[in-house]
Design a protein. Structure first.
Length: 234
């Protein structure tokens, strides 16, 4: 083989090898993507019937709906109907998701800032174990009753010492979504954090302080189901 042909062959190999590697990775990832799509396709999304009244709603719900109406928000009647139907009780994001996701912009939280806050009862805190290593949080989430994995649950970090439910103080990179198997793993910036694991239909599980400055932490989350009578779905 001549030197020029050898150089051409080497250059060709350097170009083709990464492409083949990407193709192999994509083919390996495909079943996971298909599985998630199949799961998402199997979920039945309730059809919300909009309602122009607030009769029979709780004082908290009436306050939210009226505040949205006074602000001229186009999702107010949807929220009223959704809360009345209890359509958001078992939907991640509840009525906010059903009435706003993919349809209209989310309202500014200042609109209903003076409304009564939801009384949030915590479930059992996650069990956590940490060891020296690159700052990473990983864990598993199961239903406390059935002990089966709870899929697609939101895992949110918050700066230790702050309100775990104050979303305004949190950065998007602090949001993690567990997979279909209830597992999650994410590298994080070094720091002292708390973690909230929450999903509609369950009490939130909260660990107030995890030292992730020079450690990797594993959390085991057992979500306690909520009595449906306690849920309003928003």
């Amino acid at each position: 083989m001549t030197s020029s042909l050898r150089r051409t062959t080497l250059r060709f190999g350097r170009i083709v090898a990464p492409i083949l590697a990407l193709a192999i990775v994509a083919s390996c990832a495909r079943p996971r993507a298909d599985e998630e799509w199949a799961h998402a396709s199997a979920v039945t999304i309730p059809v919300v019937v909009e309602d122009s009244t607030t009769e029979g709603l709780s004082p908290r719900a009436v306050c939210y709906v009226n505040a949205l109406r006074e602000a001229g928000d186009p999702g107010a009647n949807c929220m009223a109907g959704c809360i009345r139907q209890r359509a958001g009780v078992n939907i991640g994001g509840g009525c906010w998701h059903l009435c706003y996701a993919y349809q209209r912009p989310m309202p500014d939280s200042s609109i209903y800032a003076n409304c009564p806050k939801q009384v949030i009862k915590r479930g059992p805190p996650p069990a956590a174990s940490c060891r020296a290593g690159e700052p990473t949080i990983r864990g598993t989430i199961v239903d406390a009753t059935s002990e089966k994995p709870v899929p697609l649950v939101g895992v949110r970090l918050f700066v230790a010492g702050t309100d775990p439910f104050d979303l305004s103080a949190h950065e998007p990179e602090f949001l993690i979504l567990a997979g279909l198997d209830g597992r999650f793993s994410e590298p994080v910036r070094p720091g002292l954090y708390g973690v909230v694991v929450a999903r509609m239909g369950y009490r939130p599980a909260i660990a107030d302080t995890l030292d992730l400055r020079e450690s990797s932490c594993e959390v085991s989350v057992s979500l306690e189901p909520v009595d449906p009578a306690e849920e309003e779905g928003f």
